[in-house]
Ligand binder design. Structure first.
Ligand SMILES: [Fe+2]
Ligand SMILES: [Fe+2]
Length: 238
């Protein structure tokens, strides 16, 4: 993988990709979805590469995660349904055309094609990082202010989240998604729409040799006594 020159900055400068990201965001706005534009893909790009960096993956792999994050939702320009798969197919010629080596392109299209919880599987470290970064972008800034509808559970849950953070502990091998919600929604609402996404994050963390912790308002909601005991033993040995 060494020697490639295509960086996330090159990808951000692509007019074709910018047009697709813009079209995807606009189309999702029309059908009532939360923000999927440069703010979302920027967050996912930064977070995906940061997860791999903190786990000491090679620099080029971190860059590929940043690129995958920036382009992961372009398939929404065609249709929301199966947008990961559509996006992967669209990106293959576009990234080759930019001069990216085919072995890097396949890593990116495989990650993009598998980021949806409905049909995706964790297929690589880049894929795992992309999944965790994408699913952890739950925040009130994603709600389109002009269209906020408290009857819509996605709007309600996202709007209630004032803070979110993905923290990586490379020593204890924990990836923690911590968020704080106010009372305009509830943990029950959050779990109703995020359960399968959080389960996918658990699988992704496991792929990276880590445990995924979901912390809502200071309480870890997916940690068992067995996990705590196992971790205690690991600390005893350290
Ligand atoms: Fe997506
Ligand atoms: Fe996304």
């Amino acid at each position: 993988m060494e020697g490639s020159r295509i960086t996330v900055q090159d990808v951000k400068r692509s007019e074709k990709l910018a047009a697709l990201i813009e079209a995807a965001n606009r189309m999702l706005e029309v059908i009532g979805y939360t923000e999927h534009g440069p703010r979302h893909v920027g967050f996912v790009s930064h977070t995906a590469s940061s997860i791999l960096e903190q786990l000491h993956y090679p620099q080029r792999m971190c860059e590929l995660a940043a690129i995958a994050g920036w382009v992961h939702d372009v398939g929404n320009a065609v249709n929301r349904v199966n947008h990961g798969i559509t996006g992967g197919a669209m990106l293959f010629p576009l990234l080759l055309e930019m001069g990216m080596p085919v072995e890097e392109v396949v890593t990116i299209v495989g990650a993009v094609g598998n980021h949806e919880e409905q049909n995706g599987k964790v297929v690589s470290a880049v894929s795992a990082a992309l999944i965790i970064a994408d699913k952890s972008d739950a925040h009130r800034t994603r709600v389109r202010r002009s269209a906020y509808n408290p009857e819509d559970i996605h709007d309600r849950v996202n709007f209630a989240i004032a803070e979110n953070a993905v923290e990586v502990d490379p020593v204890r091998r924990i990836i923690r998604f911590a968020l704080s919600m106010d009372e305009s929604s509830s943990v029950m609402d959050f779990m109703e729409i995020y359960l399968s996404r959080m389960q996918m994050c658990e699988e992704a963390a496991q792929f990276l040799g880590c445990r995924f912790e979901l912390v809502v308002n200071g309480v870890t909601v997916n940690r068992t006594r067995r996990d705590a005991l196992r971790e205690g033993r690991r600390e005893d040995r350290a």
